[in-house]
Design a protein around this ligand. Sequence first.
Ligand code: MG
Ligand code: MG
Length: 636
Amino acid sequence: MKTSIATVSISGELPEKLAAIAKAGFDGVEIFENDFLAFDGSPADVGRMVRDHGLEITLFQPFRDFEGMPEPHRTRTFDRAERKFDIMQQLGTDLVLVCSNVSPVSLGGIDRAAADFHELGERAAKRGLKVGYEALAWGKHIFDHRDAWEIVRRADHPNIGLILDSFHTLSRKIDINSIRSIPKEKIFIVQLADAPLIDMDLLYWSRHFRNMPGEGDLAVTAFTSAIAETGYDGYFSLEIFNDQFRGGSAKAIAADGYRSLITLGDRVRRNPNASGLTVADMPGRAPVKAIGFVEFSVDETAATDLIALLRTLGFRNTARHRTKQVTVYSQGDIRLLVNTERAGFANASYAVHGPSAYAVALIVDDAQEAMARAVALGAESFSQPVGAGELEVPAIRGVGGGLIYLLDEKTDLGRIWDIDFVAVANEDDSQPAHLRAIDHIAQTVAYEEMLTWLLFYTSIFETQKTPMVDIIDPAGVVRSQVIENAAGSLRITLNGAENRRTLAGHFIAETFGSGIQHLAFNTDDIFATAAALKRNGFRPLHISPNYYDDVEARFGLEPELSERLKAENILYDRDEHGEFFQLYSGTYGEGFFFEIVERRGYRGYGAANAIFRIAALKKQIRPDGMPVIAREWQKH
Ligand code: MG
Ligand code: MG
């Protein structure tokens, strides 16, 4: 698969864009005319810069309002074309994109357009250049690739071909089967973009909301499969107009783009009919069976507070690391590690972020295969020295620079608790609280990082995203995106905060970056859990009594049930699959907290309750913005 990206997709000055594109691993780049209109060099300089980065110019664009012009516009249009050809020759590229005419003076008629393209083909051929025609979804006469293909077919010229763009085809819901009948040599280049499904004007949607394949809701995989089935194996080029990307980090957006293209290629490669596409072999997305553990990095003082809280939640110290200052607290299938090492990555993470849940271990089918896929998709691998006889657990860097450890059950990694840890006699007197497993991990990230992490999780692990929802914090909106697998053994909620006055924004600002903001555990009996927590001295987050009047009315609950909920500070929700109960701790550290949930068939995450939960958590935050409990915790 030959990979390319349009310079408009990313931010920065041209030299910075090209460096980022080359570093990300692309083979080629689309040059927009604006790139050198805004740049202090000639087209020849730009061409040299591109080639110095080891890139090829895959396309020069745009050439607008060409076909079907009446005189005297027609003559001037051909003169404009000759000037574009001059620039292309200086740049050192042979393909130009002509997008379908949007001029109000343009005339319709397939044969008129075909005749114009035939003449343009003659002129291009004299210079050894090629012209690709693209149907814009909002073209005046031509807005469907099937009509553009008919024009190209009738132009009947070897230097005239078709350009397919997933956005223009999919935004208009044009049948992609029509692509399968186009001869591969007449497809000059393929442009790819995804987009979230939003009902809005096509032009505005396209210019501001395109995103990388896999980040949106369009059927880009099916579109690419149909193209691959023609035998096409030319460039696949990302053409992403997105306000956020234009304001983001060139390096990060280019890396996301490359990851999205390679992931897409790998998906298409698995379609046996798409034989035209050659894509590097890599293991499939890793199925996650369970969360092996979550590890906290803390100093001794913070550890004392954390362990006290874990005990009230019914966790017991069950093991310790053979050589490191790491203790294990367990309950049901949940293992939480408390790391107080004074050296190594956990300690460095603590120095930067303060107390945090910095690492998650995922149990996959095959840890080495998962690692190979992650690295092939540009994830950063991580390792640090281990003691003699201890396991080297494969790991990659995740959200906020934290770690994702990869465990499996088929190798020694499955015996980590015997090899690296020793069981300890249980001296805790805390009562188990019926917590079974980790229900979900909530990660808070800057809003502009959300798509990056969405792509990270969905490309490496066998997971799906669910539609984004807005959570209303009294101080602003927090976007929430769920990534989960079918079995429910991995559920991650990504919360994107745009403003630091929101609880999520406060968390990011105070912990110097993104990270895990809360951990939710499952119970099969929330009331039994609440009773056990009470015996352990756990102090739940206090929910306003007004909430219970509202919830009783909204769901028609029996007063007896709503009184019970109120007495235990339990939140309630319901969807078409069943009921949901939530119980929260107060904030801990810089806004970290625990949640306990009982799902009676319910599939969501209690988004409707978030505003009440956030309001309650914020009551704990003093006017200086510091959570009350953090005063004791903030010792570093
Ligand atoms: Mg396009
Ligand atoms: Mg939650």
